[in-house]
Design a protein around this ligand. Structure first.
Ligand SMILES: [Fe+2]
Length: 285
């Protein structure tokens, strides 16, 4: 059994949906896919995508990303309600959103897959923000669509969205697992992952132009509390998405992997121009 990573399919783009539909129907039938969020804010599109991938893989795991939690169609009262509606959808499709052990038969040790729900912490919201200074940036994030399309209920105890999701993970991060752990989230757990290493920059080809110099991604990248949960889990691998930058980096004994399809416009600068929706192999049992 092989475990693969993929994220940010953004199937609202017809080109992305088409790439997804071209993925092999037979290659992965014994395998596991970790889908690290940002499929679509449209529940019908999300359902189509999950059902499509579920048919291709033996096991499919999913965590929602920020785009999935947008509320644009009055389909839910707020983004928390939409989160739970998506989890119900996953359950109806036999898509896993809770920890499960895979590949543990026939003498193989198996591996635990632990989905971690998450949201980002802006610098003004707390110490666990991944914020780094960017000269001349816009602190109001006026161009950031989450500001318009996410809606959070008022919390009686002042709990933030990030705290809400981290709290849901607690019961899974405070137990022991009898096999190696692979965790995954949509958001980034570490500031250093925002920036490409030398090898990652070479793999990415020509540097992309900063099309939004006033946008500082680190304001909405993730949170370090997620990293604490990953370390508590003693995860061997952590998969994430969100930034649309591929990473494959070992840091203090955890392999961090991001493997995104992203937006078609992001792919124009890629070296060979040939794009496939091929998931990244991260584990074999
Ligand atoms: Fe995305």
């Amino acid at each position: 059994m092989r475990v693969y990573a993929l994220s940010d399919l953004h199937v609202d783009y017809k080109r992305n949906m088409s790439l997804l539909q071209q993925m092999s129907d037979i290659e992965y039938v014994d395998d596991v896919l970790l889908l690290a969020g940002d499929i679509s804010d449209d529940l019908d599109q999300l359902k189509t995508c999950l059902a499509h991938l579920r048919a291709k893989f033996r096991f499919l795991f999913f965590v929602p990303g920020n785009h999935d939690l947008w509320v644009r169609r009055k389909e839910c009262v707020d983004s928390i309600a939409k989160f739970w509606r998506i989890l119900d959808l996953c359950q109806s499709l036999n898509v896993s959103t809770n920890p499960a052990k895979v590949g543990g038969s026939g003498g193989a040790a198996g591996v635990w897959i632990v989905p971690l729900y998450s949201w980002y912490v802006k610098p003004e919201e707390g110490d666990c923000s991944l914020y780094v200074l960017k000269a001349g940036d816009d602190p109001t994030l006026s161009m950031w669509s989450d500001n318009r399309f996410t809606r959070w209920p008022t919390s009686d105890n002042g709990e933030s969205a990030a705290d809400y999701f981290l709290r849901l993970n607690e019961k899974h991060t405070r137990r022991t697992y009898d096999a190696p752990v692979i965790s995954f989230s949509h958001f980034l757990p570490r500031t250093d992952l925002i920036f490409g290493s030398g090898r990652e920059k070479i793999a990415a080809g020509k540097p992309r132009k900063d099309r939004h110099p006033r946008f500082n991604f680190s304001r909405v990248a993730g949170c370090t509390c997620l990293e604490q949960q990953i370390r508590r889990l003693n995860a061997a691998v952590h998969v994430y998405g969100h930034q649309h930058r591929d990473r494959f980096r070992l840091i203090n004994d955890v392999l961090y992997v991001s493997h995104c399809l992203g937006y078609p416009r992001d792919r124009i600068a890629e070296p060979d121009g040939e794009i496939n929706c091929v998931p990244k192999l991260i584990w074999e049992t």
